[in-house]
Design a protein around this ligand. Sequence first.
Ligand code: NAD
Length: 496
Amino acid sequence: MNGTTGIQDGYGLYINGQWRPASGGATLESCNPATAERLATIADATKADVDEAAAAARAAFETWSRTPVADRSEALLDIADLVEANLDHLAAVESSDNGKPIRETSGADVPLSVDHFRYFAGCMRADEGSATMTDASTLSIILREPLGVIGQIVPWNFPLLMAAWKLAPALVAGNTVVFKPSSATSLSVLELARLIDGAGILPPGVLNVITGSGGHSGEYLKAADVDKLAFTGSTEVGRGIGLAAAEKIIPATLELGGKSASIFFDDADPDVAVNGVQMGILFNQGQVCSAGSRIFVQASALDRFMEAFSAAFTAVRVGDPLDPRTQMGAQVDERQLTRILDYVEIGKAEGAEVAVGGSRYTQGPLAKGAFMQPTLILGRNDMRIAREEIFGPVGVVIPFEDEDDVVAMANDSDYGLGGGVFTASLDRALRVATRVRTGRIWVNQYNVFPAGAPFGGYKDSGIGRETHKMVLDAYQQTKNILINIGSGPVGLPYGA
Ligand code: NAD
């Protein structure tokens, strides 16, 4: 047991309400990216383990799908209370495993997870289905039924929150789940499963958690006997998930990458703009699918904004993720940090100019962890650093002249997930917001994720929406029952 955070030395797989090692005996290490220290071992599931989890989920579906909606909803409320009661613990686990600052895990990841469980508990109670008369003698009943066993795969950037986004609607709609977190950050989800198991909230097999590498356990889950795949992660892996679902003729929802445009007009409130650019690209060390990674600044205000943004980036407190004063923590691992540094070099080679940051920390306590400086690079929209997802605290600043100019550049991207408009003019904000082809656009704020607001991507950023009651449609089948309530036969006559 890790003394400061209550993390166990090792975690098994959670299948059919039981904890057990992977059948092949293999384990992977989970490390603290701020210190490079080993935190725990996790099990590396085999194909047999994943198939067993899917079979357990299928067996549990029989009962869970018939459990009254009120009881399923109550289970979500119990999970929400449990997560809330363990907020400090889960925040510390997440910050240790992922490197994100505790002020984010305790102020965003964990409380937002609580709220998503509560939100979906409420939505499901309000989802009464519908009935209509299609003609004088035909009653049409539209019933919604759970899909069955759902395979869910999430990335490492918001492990617990992504679990809440996916588990809450799937479970409350009556499905059972085989859930796979990223091998880099499995601990918070394993702790969640441990808490749920300890409290006896869900019957065995309703929630199964399998861990391991994407290339192994992820591939096995993709191929397993499931009725839907729900994936959040990179566009590259997501495409493979979509293809696997197409082969099986099962639905897939895909929440994928982004290269979002954050647009600053010259009349933007300076304090709001500074906060917006920081939330856009420094929140979660820039490892956010909707990160405002392309920072479009109106040329007439470029010098003024660059001065303010640069001062704000330089002043950010980068440090120990567990220190409540820390504003930016460590990248998820050395591999990710190397990728980010490589992109800085690619940008320089393309002629971009590093205005702030651009390096890792090489002195003092930060040198042993995966810490990256908050970075701004002056570049162009046709550079690779403006087209490919860097997934770090590296914003590419691109000047623009007017609305038409910036809308064209914002839309000149393979992605369409997030975006922001900063201006004092609401008319202008709405004109731009409606013209940018993206699933979410913030106005005078960035990277806030309330339950009840649909989130998801256009273009290569994905298919489907989450965090809104509409996702319940993606976790249910529609059945239509047509009833003749007239006094005689309906349809074309076949008599003599
Ligand atoms: P990733 O695609 O590498 O991995 C995501 C998950 O898929 C992990 O659990 C991984 O183990 C698993 N996986 C990897 N290879 C697999 C395979 N061949 N078959 C099945 N599963 C496999 O992504 P990542 O590096 O963990 O996360 C970063 C990415 O996630 C970024 O592209 C980011 O934009 C995206 N993301 C999107 C959203 C959204 O809502 N759109 C939210 C968060 C993150």
